[in-house]
Design a protein around this ligand. Structure first.
Ligand SMILES: *Cc1c(COP(=O)(O)O)cnc(C)c1O
Length: 488
């Protein structure tokens, strides 16, 4: 049996690691991110055969060809989590909006955002790997969230043996639905803390804690190892290849055409899955990166310059994309260039807060990617326009329509798949604003829109408002380490 080896994007690593290692311990020792050394390549005949498979079979085939060495039974158990989705046989269904535009609903899981696509099976994969390694260690997973990752991680790990999850969120920085999705989770092994501060504070706090010698020493005496389930964990990326592959095959099967995929992007995990799917040979023509006015990524893809030296973060209606440093872009640099060049560019980013590609390098990027950015006004208009046509779309998905407009002009009559990354119910007050219903709370907005547009509120959202908020502690930043240790 062949084994996939994982190497660091900035080089300097001499031991070969496997998938198991990088899922449990995702932080690369030499900086950078772990990345698969060799991707498989499916030829045209293989693609035709793969297009006959159902979602689960395709996932097995992709994991197998990536040589990830996940046992059939474990992968099967992990994929069983899709049985909690709206349509278990196809967790990421396509919905046609125009003859050439399909929305891929990536939000049909328990927390109604695309994070579930990877995080639902990920929890089972992670604890399965722990079982196999038979080491008497418990894992503590620390999560800082701005709203969607936290709920999905808690859902994934609740009641999983030998794992504990601590989730930190900025009090007042999430929607009511997002907060309730965390504070109502009732499981012994999870703990949720609100902090006074914003998402950046939460993230910095977490990074400091990871480096804190005293905190780490106490964990060692308790035989607890630290891990992370954030969007750079390759275990998550692996599951994110599958749905892009699946959508491209569904369309290829009908008309033998390659698709354009539009991805509303923040940390670039979703888009990276599409990039790998294309490299492996799935019928994908081009990947469109959609951003909001925090347009660092789209600027980079259009100009080759990644520059955050004079940028500050804007709060927008699509908060999951309010981000300046997109971690996963580093894996694209590594794949298209090499470790030495990646190190050079990343060091430049750390020291001067910017880096520039050469003309040739930019041309490489543009063979795979295009990008657009979209402001809040455009976003609200799109939501309103499509609501009139009978489609309720969330603000992140709405940002993707700008790319669709461009594709329509530049590449007429080509099939597109727009990744719909959240359900409208997760951002109901923004939808209410777009529909001129005024400034409403989450609950009011959900009820009004449900009534006026005759759509049901899914039970996963409706029940949040009836469950007790178990985790209601809010702390000063200084107290957090101590509070976590007390809980452990
Ligand atoms: C996380 C998230 C995104 C951004 O995805 P990345 O993989 O970080 O690029 C977009 N939309 C929604 C709703 C999200 O939750």
């Amino acid at each position: 049996m062949q084994t996939q080896h994982f190497i660091g994007t900035r080089g300097g690593q001499d031991t070969a690691l496997n998938f198991h290692d990088v899922v449990l311990n995702p932080n690369a020792a030499f900086g950078g991110l772990y990345t698969a050394k060799k991707l498989p390549k499916f030829d045209e005949d293989a693609i035709k055969e793969l297009s006959q498979l159902n979602y689960e079979e395709l996932a097995h085939e992709i994991f197998h060809r990536l040589n990830l060495n996940v046992s059939k039974d474990l992968l099967k158990d992990a994929l069983k989590l899709y049985q909690n989705f709206d349509s278990p046989a196809n967790p990421a269904p396509l919905c046609s909006v125009h003859p050439y535009l399909n929305l891929q609903k990536l939000y049909c899981g328990p927390t109604r955002a695309f994070k579930d696509m990877a995080l639902q099976p990920f929890g089972t994969l992670f604890s399965g790997f722990l079982n196999e390694s038979k080491r008497e260690v418990d894992y503590l997973i620390l999560v800082a969230t701005s709203g969607d990752t936290g709920p999905a991680t808690l859902q994934s790990f609740a009641n999983k043996p030998h794992t504990k999850v601590v989730c930190i969120y900025p009090k007042g920085g999430t929607s009511d639905v997002q907060r309730l999705q965390m504070t109502t989770v009732n499981a012994e092994n999870v703990k949720v803390f609100g902090i006074d501060g914003d998402f950046d504070d939460a993230q910095t706090l977490l990074k400091d804690l990871l480096k804190d010698p005293k905190f780490n020493a106490v964990l060692r005496t308790k035989n607890i190892a630290l891990s992370a389930a954030n969007s750079v964990n390759f275990g998550r990326i692996a599951f994110q290849i599958v749905y892009h592959a699946y959508s491209s095959l569904q369309i290829f099967k009908i008309n033998r055409r390659k698709i354009h995929i539009i991805v509303p992007s923040g940390n670039f995990g979703n888009a990276l899955g599409a990039f790998y799917a294309k490299l492996i040979g799935f019928p994908i023509e081009r990947i469109w990166i959609a951003t909001n006015t925090n347009n660092v990524l789209s600027e980079f893809i259009n100009t080759g310059i990644y520059d955050i030296s004079e940028k500050s973060l804007h709060k927008t209606y699509s908060p999951a994309m309010d981000i300046l440093k997109s971690s996963n872009i580093e894996r694209v640099l590594f794949t298209l260039f090499d470790a030495q060049r990646t190190r050079e560019l990343m060091e430049s980013l750390e020291q001067t807060k910017k880096y520039s590609l050469t003309k040739e390098e930019l041309a490489w990027i543009k063979m795979y990617f295009s990008a657009t950015s979209c402001d809040d006004n455009y976003c609200l208009n799109i939501i309103k326009t499509y609501a009139k046509k009978g489609y309720l779309i969330d603000p992140h998905t709405a940002c993707g329509f700008k790319a669709y407009e461009e594709i329509k002009t530049k590449f007429p009559n080509t099939p597109c798949v727009l990744c719909s990354t959240a359900e409208w119910t997760k951002f109901a007050p923004t939808i209410a604003k777009a529909l001129d219903l005024g400034d409403l709370s989450d609950k009011e907005a959900l009820e009004q829109i449900s009534k006026t547009h005759k759509v049901a509120i899914p039970k996963q959202i409706a029940e949040l408002f009836h469950n007790p908020e178990i985790h209601n502690e809010v702390f000063d930043k200084e107290e957090l380490g101590q509070k976590i240790l007390e809980w452990l």
